[in-house]
Design a binder for this molecule. Sequence first.
Ligand SMILES: Nc1nc2c(ncn2[C@@H]2O[C@H](COP(=O)(O)OP(=O)(O)O)[C@@H](O)[C@H]2O)c(=O)[nH]1
Ligand SMILES: [Mg+2]
Length: 303
Amino acid sequence: MPDLWSRLNSSLSKTRTALIERFQTLLPRDGRMKEETWEELEEILLTADVGPTVTEDLIQTIKAERVSSLDDIRTALAARLEEIMRAELPRVPTHFTPPLVILVVGVNGVGKTTSIAKLARKFRQDGQRVILAACDTFRAAAVEQLSVWANRVGAELIAHQEGSDPAAVAYDAVQAAIARRAGVLILDTAGRLQTKTNLMQELLKIRRVLGKARPDLPQETLLVLDATTGQNALSQTRLFQEAVPLTGIILAKLDGTAKGGIAVAIQKELGVPIKWLGTGEGFDDLESFEAGAFVSALLTEKE
Ligand SMILES: Nc1nc2c(ncn2[C@@H]2O[C@H](COP(=O)(O)OP(=O)(O)O)[C@@H](O)[C@H]2O)c(=O)[nH]1
Ligand SMILES: [Mg+2]
């Protein structure tokens, strides 16, 4: 099994190539940073989607360092990026009474159901009993998709008929999780943003049902974001944050974009820690987020 760095290194290859290839041509032969050089560096960072705030911060930091080579720039960038990205919260809450209940939210198509399968897989490998709840009752296909994943990863499924009340599914699921002494319950939800108020009310109702079953539930509410949507991810986060308190972010589809810098913007601007990175469509393609490994995979070419 390759280590975290090399696995991340290949999912970040598009973003890294976009950064590094352009860095190569950045520095004038005399090694002196000129006004155009700074402007170009700024543009490279913006193109990778780290966002204007972080770009400004990085430029100021590098200026203060008096860099004179590509390596200097890279070192200064890496150090500051790592500072920005170091999350203070643990990945999974370490002190909780089982079951660990994880509510997963996000707009349609970002990768919620797939990410749930990946999480379930991790907990199953850990020997935990895992229950998945199909609270996306809007389409029969959504329930079917979760059911297929549940089978593949060896999790149990709680589902009702298409069109039924998502909160009723949540109720049954949390009762089952407690009665069966499951280690983990993960709830899948719908993400139809065109009915924004309804969606947010639905999520609140699910939360209330969980909290009534036991006041500390859910311990986790994870928002899934699609890395390929760029800066749009920031507004999605703000939207969900208004409705439900988020405890973390799963950043999916990092493998499919040259704009992986969005992870930095999220971490810096939203105050919600990235906890997991989605790096492919398979159930093993989920990496825990670690600032150091992320930054070095972002800026170091594979040997
Ligand atoms: N490349 C890649 N594709 C992903 C990733 N996560 C999800 N997908 C794909 O994105 C599409 C939508 O995923 P799904 O889980 O159904 O999204 P949902 O609507 O939020 O539940 C599917 O085709 C997934 O295979 C990822 O990390 N990388
Ligand atoms: Mg889904």
